[in-house]
Design a protein around this ligand. Structure first.
Ligand code: ADP
Ligand code: MG
Length: 346
């Protein structure tokens, strides 16, 4: 390495981006995770032009509370890229935000894309990162990144099963020898759970609540399994009463939230079982020994691991830092040459 190279690599800001449907994380070589924000963009239409008002966490707090011609958009909702122009604006904003120096060579960027994305969408993401100043863009499959981040032996001839429960989708995959041996994507994740809570409260209590409130209820008392005493914890929630149209407050129990989430939980269980039924017997044997690892924010839903353990009879564990697993795994793929073989081209 000549002096110029070592000088510029000192300033290099190679990065790994976990472009999630709910959260985007950026990992910078040698520094770790430096950005963790909601995948939300607030825009305003002025004379037919789209004007970005806020991006990330700042835009998320505006959700459900916008006025005038401001609109909050989640460009990756449902696990596919719903709005590529807005997605590109968001990616560029985050890349710019973490860049501390204007000097040094253009960075290399690895982007983790939702597995459901088409090749057109993958190319669009790659172009967005190139336009934001990357010298080279690599892509990595979400499940692969999640498994690396969870410390699973994906480069070895051993089957590793990872279930990544994100905002838009649940990705179930079995990996071996740097590749995906089997994968399936279920259109259920944290968003559908929030919607289920909104619907449940409306149907059973005539109360209309927003998605943000539903998400908070899920995080505070949500559970995949009804509590043993038939009630569990309770929480007060506020919304608009549909009978008389005014704001109101009611109390809701953990048992009721478990009931609201039952269908979504069952769909995730079915997705996992479908993969187990379809993989090669040697890989199935590995999973009996190694167990299933849960990643993504949905892995934090209380008792989801217990329900999966009971329905498969296999060991099930939640990864450390499930919300950061994909970013950590993508970061490792950036830093460790051992993982070069797992990167894909668009
Ligand atoms: P994505 O990769 O799609 O951006 P994440 O892995 O970041 O998704 O997970 C975000 C989802 O996890 C959101 O739907 C959020 O509500 C959910 N989540 C976060 N914490 C919890 C929790 N404690 N219990 C249940 N769900 C949670
Ligand atoms: Mg994710």
């Amino acid at each position: 390495m000549n002096i110029w190279n070592s000088f510029t690599s000192f300033f290099s800001q190679d990065m790994a981006i976990d472009l999630g449907t709910a959260n985007t994380l950026v990992y910078v070589r040698g520094r770790g995770i430096v950005l963790n924000e909601s995948s939300v963009v607030a825009i305003e239409m002025i004379n037919g032009n789209t004007n970005v008002v806020a991006v990330g966490n700042e835009a998320k707090v505006m959700m459900g509370r916008t006025a005038g011609n401001i609109e909050c958009i989640r460009p990756l909702r449902d696990g596919v890229i719903a709005d590529i122009d807005i997605a590109e604006k968001m990616i560029k904003h985050f890349i710019k935000k973490v860049q501390t120096s204007r000097f040094g060579r253009y960075p290399q960027i690895i982007v983790c894309v939702p597995s459901g994305s088409t090749s057109v969408e993958k190319r669009a993401i790659r172009d967005a990162a190139s336009n934001a100043g990357a010298s080279k863009v690599y892509l990595i499959e979400e499940s692969m990144a999640a498994a690396i981040g969870a410390g699973m032996p994906v480069t070895e001839p051993v089957g590793s099963m990872v279930v990544d429960i994100g905002g838009g989708t649940t990705e179930v995959a079995v990996l071996s020898l740097k590749g995906l041996a089997y994968t399936t994507s279920v259109r259920v994740g944290g968003d559908k759970m929030d919607e289920a809570i909104v619907n449940y409260v409306r149907r059973n209590h005539n109360l209309l609540i927003g998605e943000m409130t539903a998400e908070r209820i899920k995080k505070e008392i949500g559970t995949a399994k009804p509590p043993a005493d038939g009630i569990g914890m309770t929480i007060d929630i506020k919304g608009r009463d549909l009978m008389n149209g005014v704001p109101n407050e009611i109390q809701i129990s953990q048992a009721q939230i478990a009931e609201a989430l039952a269908e979504q939980v069952a769909t995730i269980v079915q997705g996992v079982r479908a993969v187990l039924e379809n993989i090669q017997p040697e890989l199935a044997a590995d999973i009996v020994d190694q167990g299933i690892v849960l990643t993504g924010g949905g892995a934090l839903l209380a008792n989801l691991d217990v329900v999966l353990r009971e329905s498969t009879g296999l060991p099930v564990s939640v990864a450390d830092e499930p919300l950061n697993c994909v970013a950590i795994g993508t970061g490792r793929a950036l830093e460790d040459p051992m993982y070069r073989g797992v990167l894909i081209s668009a």
